[in-house]
Structure formats: C-alpha cells, structure tokens
Design a protein around this ligand. Structure first.
Ligand code: FES
Length: 513
C-alpha cells in the first residue's frame, strides 16, 4: 500500500526523472492517415531515435512511431553511464561464447561510445558529457576472485583496465577493476538534437501512435491501434518487447526494475563511475544539477511486479547514501525498466530467420546507452546492405544451448506460477472504501479481485487486475503508483493505461456495484 505521504523519510513524494524534468522535449501529433516510407521505426527511445537519425542522414525516408511521448521510457530514466563495462561479464562471456565473441561484444560497445562522442562534437551538443573511468568494486572477500578473473579477461581481450585494491570512494573495498576513459552525459539534450536533425532531414515522428500489428512481406505493413497503415521496406522494432515478426520474445526476455536517487551530499564525490560487484547492486556517478554537484545513487534491481513494497528500494538507496556520503537532500527519485535476454547478449537484427526486413533491438540488460547505439549502427548496416562484424554475435535467432535453455525453462516456470497463484489469492483483500488518499492496492470488488487507487483528491480508480497480455495478475507498485505484471513486465498507470508492453491494451475499468 502507498503511504499517504512519504515525506517523513526524506524521499520526494512523487517519482520524477531529473533528465526529463530539466529538458524541453518537442512533441508531435499522432498518425491520422496511411503513409508509405522506406523504414518504419517503432519506439521513440534512444535506439529508435539514433536509428532514425542515421537512416535519414543517408537519405532514406523514415517514420518513427511512438505509443506515448518520445524519450519518456527507459531512456528518460537511465543513469546515463556510457560504458562498455557492463558489470562483471567479460570473463563469463569468454567461458560461454569464447574469446572472439567476447571481444566483439566489447568492440561493439566501444564503437558506440566513440560514435556518441563524435556526434556530440559534430553537432556541438551541450549535454554535460564528461569522460570518466568506470569501476566495479567489491567490499566482500567472496568477490575478490571474480574481480581477479575479470581483470584477466580484460588482459586477454585487450581492454584498457587494471586491478585495484582501493578506489577513490570514501569506504573500504577489497578489490576493484577499472575500465579507462568511459563517459557520462545527460541523454535528453543529446537525443533532442538528433530529433531536430532527423526532422530537418525530412524524418517524420508520430506520438500517441501504437503499432499494433505488422504484416510481413516486401513491402511490410505496420498497422496502428487506430487502423492506419505504414507501408515500408523495413520495420525496426525498438520498443523493448518486439511487437511483431514472431520469435516468442515474451518468453525469451524478462523485465527488471531498478531505482535511482539524485542527492545533495555532505561529502564530495571523488569522480569516476562505480558499480558494486555484489548484490544489492549500488551504482554511483556524479551529475550537475542547477550548477551544483550532486550524486546519482542507483541499484536495487528486481524482476518487474515481483519486488517488495517498492518504496523500500528507494529507502535502501537512501540509507546507503546517508552512510556513505551523508545526505543533505534527496532532490529526485525515479525508476527504470530494462529487459534481459536469456544469455545476456542483446537481440539485434532480423526478428526471425524468415523475416529479414523486420528488425529488432532489445535486451540491453541495464546498459542501454552504448547497447542502443551499437544496435542502431548494426541495424542501419543491415538496412543499407553493408556488412557488420557484429551481425552473427547479436542475431536474435541464435540459440546457444548453455546457458539459454536453462534460463528459458526457469523464466517460463516462473510465469506459470504467477498465472495460477495470482488468481487464487483472495485472502485479506481490502474494500476500496478502506483506501486512504494516495493509497492503492489489490481490493475485493463485487466479490472479485480488482485493483484500486484513491488519488490525492479522493477520486477512486478501479481496474481489473488481469493483465491484457496473457492474463497474469498485475501487482501494485507503490513507489511509482503503477500496476506491474510479474510475468513479462507490462506496466499500467493507476488508471489502467499501458506504460510498458508487451501488453497493448489498457486494463479494463471496474464499476463497484
Ligand atoms: Fe505477459 Fe502480463 S506481461 S501476462
């Protein structure tokens, strides 16, 4: 249940991303007619916008469709670290996929970092870009060996880095691995500039336009929820869950949420970007807000719809911030949704082997800033008929038996459990009348399970908690005041509107009799 006010904890009452709060993002009207283009891109986050920008720069006619508003999804809620240091992965990738693939993974992300840097320079974009070293540290003896293995993997792959016992952080660490010359920025001014360039190059953007179906073929046709058609040679799905082209992606991806605080502190931040090796994850970087240096503290990931009372995740970050730096003020809090593939490599390329012109870009784990640009670079090459060394590595139709198969079975057993369990549990449910203002949760309405939220003005919103994707029961997220599905991560506003797919249709409204 949401507490009426959380101000006693020092957390802002409502979530708000600093990136979105501090930038002006242009808005676009919805698609109201049938159109014909070279490429239709679905999804207005970093992957979609960079792909659109690159294609239009090459003279292609491109339309970008966004179900809500551009930049409002994960891209607007990131910590915006631009790095190829994606947790302790290189030693693991060498043992799962071999040295060559692990090296290609690094190079794809390093290319992406360079592309971002070069583009900022080319358009002279003011977006708080700064080069920083990236560290993964541990304060636990149990992780020292894994850090040592990772440093060895860096050596094998030729990644510039080093082993350290201490980091510049103001607490004891047992070991750390540093990757040199990575970066951070504010993604919104960067992407807003690309949007400006894209539209100046003749690109079309349609917001509040949900792509509902794709008809394969050459040309392919994307049909929107309102029935308008976009005829095109290529479709690129950059909307988290691929929306068409088959491939059973809802069973091959899982959604994860994580949390961020933007804080003013007593102790200064020492520079660098950090991630703990151990759970619970702690992510740190600096940021300048209104001319003042602040820190972004992130972490506390969990599968969507399967967290504890979600405000507790913010409180855990707050406690860490207080103990580490001393908190003066928590200025912002927000959360993000990321998708994770079975083998931890993104899915980039044709959705299935039989659909060469329906491309997808998804599953960046928590590392969307470089992975999305790597995806755009690769998909653009596929569209323009150029070769890329990364095609095979990221191809979505790959099937590496180990570890994918084991993960596939576990993920889907988990979904089956939620399909059944959520429907049976009717014990101790409140009546909606018992909800206070700004309080939500699962309730009993007309003898059935439903979801209700009473807003600050006392207005009550009751929805059917059956997810419109495949029928699991959504759970209340009190940190964000949303309904989150534990099966494939669809999220809905308290009014029932879709925030994140794979669901496309809103939750049904329920009338109390
Ligand atoms: Fe698949 Fe809800 S997201 S059932």
């Amino acid at each position: 249940m949401t507490l009426p006010h959380e101000s006693s904890t020092g957390l802002p009452q409502y979530p708000e991303s600093y990136w979105l709060a501090s930038s002006r993002i242009p808005s676009f009207s919805k698609l109201t007619q049938d159109i014909s283009v070279d490429t239709a891109i679905v999804g207005g986050g970093i992957s979609g916008i960079v792909t659109a920008y690159m294609l239009s720069k090459q003279g292609l006619k491109v339309a970008l469709l966004e179900a809500g508003q551009i930049l409002n999804g994960t891209t607007g809620h990131t910590t915006a670290k631009i790095t190829a240091q994606h947790d302790l992965i290189y030693d693991e990738f060498i043992s799962h996929f071999g040295e060559e693939k692990a090296r290609l993974y690094y190079e794809a992300n390093d290319d992406a970092l360079r592309w971002i840097k070069q583009t900022i320079k080319e358009h002279q974009i003011s977006c708080d870009f700064a080069e920083e070293d990236a560290y993964i540290y541990t304060a636990s003896d149990d992780y020292v060996q894994r850090i040592e293995n990772e440093v060895r993997a860096y050596g094998t792959l030729g990644i510039p880095g080093a082993y350290l016992e201490r980091t510049p952080l103001p607490f004891e660490t047992k070991a750390a691995v540093v990757m040199k010359n990575q970066a951070r920025f504010n993604p919104i001014p960067f992407l807003t500039k690309l949007v400006e360039q894209f539209t100046a190059q003749g690109g079309q953007i349609y917001e509040h336009t949900t792509a509902a179906a794709v008809e394969e073929g050459d040309p392919a046709t994307v049909t929107t929820l309102e029935g308008h058609k976009v005829t095109c040679r290529f479709v690129v799905s950059c909307s988290h869950f691929p929306f068409g082209g088959g491939g059973l992606y809802f069973a091959r991806l899982h959604a994860s949420r994580s949390y961020v605080l933007g804080v003013r502190t007593d102790k200064p931040f020492p520079g660098g970007m950090y991630l703990s090796a151990e759970e619970p994850k702690r992510s740190l970087r600096s940021v300048t807000i209104d001319g003042e240096p602040m820190i972004l503290i992130g972490g506390e990931s969990h599968k969507t719809g399967q967290g504890i009372c979600t405000i507790k995740h913010y409180e855990a970050l707050q406690l860490f911030g207080e103990e580490t730096f001393g908190l003066k003020e928590i200025c912002y809090r927000w959360s993000a949704q990321d998708l994770i593939t079975l083998d931890k490599l993104p899915y980039i390329g044709p959705a299935t082997a039989d659909t060469p012109n329906i491309l997808i870009a998804t599953g960046y784990k928590k590392w969307g800033m470089t992975s999305s640009v790597a995806a755009a670079l690769l998909n653009v090459k596929t569209i323009t008929g150029e070769h890329s060394p990364y095609q095979e590595l990221f191809t979505p139709s790959r099937f590496y038996v180990d570890p994918s198969l084991k993960t596939f079975i576990v993920e889907n057993a988990d979904v089956a459990k939620h399909l059944i369990a959520g429907k049976l549990d009717m014990s101790d449910k409140l009546h909606p009348d018992e909800l206070n203002r700004d309080e939500g949760g699962v309730v009993r309405v007309n003898g059935r399970r439903a979801g209700a939220y009473r807003d600050e003005h006392g207005e009550l919103y009751i929805v059917d908690t059956t997810c419109t994707h495949m029928g699991c029961e959504v759970e209340w997220n009190n940190g964000d005041r949303t309904w989150d599905c534990p099966c494939h991560g669809s999220r809905f506003s308290y009014k029932g509107e879709v925030i994140d797919g794979p669901a496309k249709k809103p939750l049904s409204k329920v009338e109390a009799l």
